[in-house]
Ligand binder design. Sequence first.
Ligand code: NAG
Ligand code: ZN
Length: 289
Amino acid sequence: MILSRLLAAFAALITSTSASCLYGTSLEPRSLSADGHVPVSTFNYTGEGGPLGWVGLNPAANKECGHGLTQSPIVINSKTVPRAAKGSVTMTIPSVDMADFENLGSTVEVVVGGKLNAEGKDYELKQFHFHTPSEHRVDEEYFPMEIHFVFQSPSTKSIAVVAFLVELSPYGRCNNLLKQVFANLHQITTPGTITKTKRLDFPSVVNHLHQYGIYTYTGSLTTPPCSSKVSWYISATPILIDVVTFNAVKKVVKYNARYTQNILGEENLMEIAAHDIGCGLKMRAQPGP
Ligand SMILES: *[C@@H]1O[C@H](CO)[C@@H](O)[C@H](O)[C@H]1NC(C)=O
Ligand SMILES: [Zn+2]
């Protein structure tokens, strides 16, 4: 079953020529169904629904997951990655009294508005969500959590993601926004459920972003449809979470990090694997001497 699905995915990789749908489900906030639930993501991080199966789930729409040459996440080399010029990235997110907080199965997501000006381009905030463990690694090191603030330009539709790596505090400290968001996490432990947050204030992450260095590169969404030409802005200094809160988040979000993609510009790892498997099958199919 798993093998046939993977083979279907590889076949799709080799033969698919259909136009790709660049902007899809993982960007826009979900809308409520009549019974008060949010639709659960079709992709996940296990078996056939996991990252190796994402192309097979929808070969046309998710083509980039298996073909893209600039896929995310990557290992960031802190010595060579470009840094955004000081003052060139400005994020503005007004405080809100409450916001939708959703368990999509693939992540938990908060829907709020905001603005980003990055290297002269204007974007609007769609949502922010969480990964455990981190998707990006820095000099091969991973972090226990990563936050993605997903922005889109209203005019060009281009996507920018502001990311924060999250480190455990040895002193039980917790970033203020994380404390506020996760206060109601116990209300959405089941995929498909939705609740409201209490008041959310963003200075603890906005000021952090403006204060420290920012790694930048052009990659992709890390979830289907894996759209490329995504501008990444990753704070070079992790923010902090306390162990009790982190363990509670881990219980709900579980494992949701895509495997590290190939070096930017080099062949997609799935194409390399498909090629290797194709050769293997061909050799086996040949009659022996
Ligand atoms: C992951 O997705 C696949 C394919 O839809 C499904 O069969 C499987 O049950 C899912 N697994 C989990 C743990 O959600
Ligand atoms: Zn993400």
